[in-house]
Write a protein that binds this ligand. Structure first.
Ligand code: UD1
Ligand code: CA
Length: 558
């Protein structure tokens, strides 16, 4: 999150502790893989660690280690995965990591031809330089926090530097016991091992440290597990290092939230909210309008341009990217969606879609993966799209499903239309050209193509290709069976209304509710209609043949 002035040589290694059980989460999912801000807990720590550009990055796993290891390797392929054995504790985790890192440093030195035991980087007993250790469950820690700690460690030539913070309620944490004359750290005492007096201490261990590699290696060698939890405690290294004559110092993080760990779901929610607050704060500072921060959630990897407006109830997830002038929301959730300049997206749920410059989406649209809406295009109300390329200026305004389709430019898809893409076994594509006008309530039975400048009639089931410039019609012509309601639904309100209307027609033609066309038909067909009453409608004319009776003489088929 922005450049920082402090600088120190990159550490020899960063060790991320991710082998804990996470019992308090009460979850089948390893604690490290729970997410805040659209990224796993360990993912946040790995990102912060990588920003230090360490020579080696190690992540210690054990509980459901394979899932955590796979996840970490996907994020940072250079990671050295270390397996912690059955001995529990943060100290044991670092013992396992150092054994592995030392072995690698020695192997690398040997490969470079530096004789074992000789002074110099990578030679001697293994790793040399600074080793940063971070718990994998502190998602708000960022690269700046780690860089500042590392800088302080180097500036004071300390043996160990621990990041601490002061909290209101220090229950459960390791307490920092200081030497009051020098301010140096004497030791860290875990809550369960602390005396009543020690429990009053409100300065706590964050589980983030910088160690000199040699000091760490020596101290790890004399760690025990004679404590309330029977675990090998990493914090015990501090007392051992001090007793050996090293300078053990603390840096206090001003904001406890920054170093707070997630142990249960309450902390997961609290830190998720804090992360969101920070992300929104950063975007508002960068020129984004967030109308209601309380109902707006933005993941850490989202990218917003200046003068984007986010309306209430909006969630932007994953790698969503929004260009200048776009307005998102209200009540919109986008995951991995790209939104172009000045586009508007209202009450929409979308993922893996592209909405190009000036386009409009919603309200109530569902954009599924592979949707690509062209410049100034429109996906309107109650429309679902999937694998659909909708060209520049083309519109799907109302109540439609467009899946596995390619639509050209400046085409209008009539309301309530469906691409029938699934034959029960396979999916097929619908292709509609440019400047086409398809009628309302069409079914495009894929695979099917409608050419450039073609029209289709309302209510058509388009099973065969419609050539460019043609009108595709599959609906039969309409037949009105006069007097049907009076005969077959006598006594109903409909029948009474019809009778009254027809009586009005005969008495006073000027008040007719029928249009000119219907009146002409009515006059011409009254006698024939009575004869035809109740007989089934004849089969519709086959599509594509010139039998457009009713269409050719009447108003536009659409
Ligand atoms: C730890 C510290 C405590 C500190 C607190 C800050 C110890 C003994 N205590 O306590 O001083 O105030 O963090 O949040 O270190 N882990 C392993 N292997 C293990 C056990 C833990 O890798 O065998 C990892 C966990 O995955 C986690 C981190 O170490 O990322 C801390 O473990 P956790 O059990 O949460 O320690 P706390 O009890 O919180
Ligand atoms: Ca913890």
């Amino acid at each position: 999150m922005g450049a920082h002035v402090t600088s120190a040589p990159p550490p020899a290694a960063v060790v991320v502790l991710a082998a804990g059980q996470g019992t308090r989460m009460r979850s089948a999912v390893p604690k490290m893989l729970h997410e805040v801000g659209g990224r796993s807990l360990v993912g946040h720590v790995v990102a912060a660690s990588r920003s230090l550009d360490p020579e080696r990055l190690a992540v210690v796993v054990r509980h459901q280690g394979e899932a955590v290891a796979d996840h970490v390797l996907a994020l940072a392929p250079e990671t050295v995965i270390v397996d912690q054995d059955e001995i529990p504790g943060t100290g044991r985790a670092v013992q396992c990591a150092m054994a592995e890192l030392d072995a690698r440093a020695l192997a690398a030195a040997a490969a470079e031809g530096i004789p074992e035991g000789q002074e110099g980087r990578g030679a001697g007993r293994g790793l040399a330089g600074a080793v940063v250790v971070v718990a994998g469950d502190t998602p708000l820690v960022d690269g700046d926090v780690l860089a500042d700690l590392l800088a302080a460690h180097h500036a004071e030539a300390s043996a160990v530097t621990v990041l601490t913070t002061v909290v209101e309620d220090s229950t459960g944490y390791g307490r920092i016991v200081r030497d009051h004359s020098t301010g140096d750290v004497v030791r860290i005492v875990e809550h369960k091992d602390a005396t009543e007096v020690e429990r009053e201490i409100r300065e706590i261990n964050s589980s983030i440290y910088v160690f000199d590699a040699a000091v760490l290696r020596d101290a790890l060698g004399s760690l025990g597990s004679d404590n309330a939890q029977g675990e090998v405690y990493l914090p015990d290294v501090l007392e051992i290092a001090r007793d050996a004559g090293g300078a053990v110092r603390a840096v206090v993080a001003p904001d406890p939230m920054t170093v707070e760990g997630v142990n249960d779901r309450r902390q997961l929610a609290a830190l998720g909210a804090e992360m969101n607050r920070r992300v929104l704060d950063r975007w508002m500072a960068a020129g984004v309008t967030v109308v209601d921060p309380a109902t707006t959630w933005i993941d850490v990897d989202v990218d917003l341009a200046q003068d984007v407006t986010i309306l209430p109830g909006t969630q932007l997830h994953g790698a969503t990217k929004v260009a200048t002038g776009a307005v998102i929301g209200p009540d919109t959730t986008l995951t991995d969606v790209e939104v172009g300049l000045n586009a508007t997206v209202v009450r929409t749920h979308g993922s893996l879609a592209v909405i190009r410059e000036g386009a409009s989406v919603g309200p109530f649209a569902f954009l599924r993966p592979g949707t690509d809406l062209g410049k100034n295009g429109k996906i309107g109300t109650f429309v679902e799209t999937k694998n659909a390329e909708i060209g520049e200026g083309s519109k799907v305004p109302h109540l439609s499903y467009v899946g596995d389709a390619t639509i050209g430019e400046h085409t209008n898809v009539g309301a309530a239309s469906i691409t029938v893409n699934y034959d029960g076994v396979k999916k097929h594509r619908t292709v509609i050209g440019s400047h086409a006008r398809t009628g309302a309530d069409n079914m495009f039975v894929a695979p099917v193509t409608v050419g450039d400048g073609a029209y289709t009639a309302a209510g058509s089931v388009i099973r065969r290709d419609v050539p460019s410039g043609a009108l595709g019609v599959s609906a039969g012509s309409q037949r009105n069976i006069e007097g049907w309601v009076a005969r077959r639904r006598p006594g109903t309100a409909a029948a009474e209304a019809a009778t009254a209307a027809l009586a009005g027609d005969t008495e006073d033609g000027a008040t007719s509710v029928l249009g000119a066309q219907a009146q002409a038909e009515h006059a011409g067909r009254t006698a024939a209609a009575a004869a035809a009453a109740d007989k089934p409608t004849p089969p519709p004319p086959s599509p594509g043949v010139a039998t457009l009776d009713g269409l050719s003489e009447g108003p536009d088929a659409r």
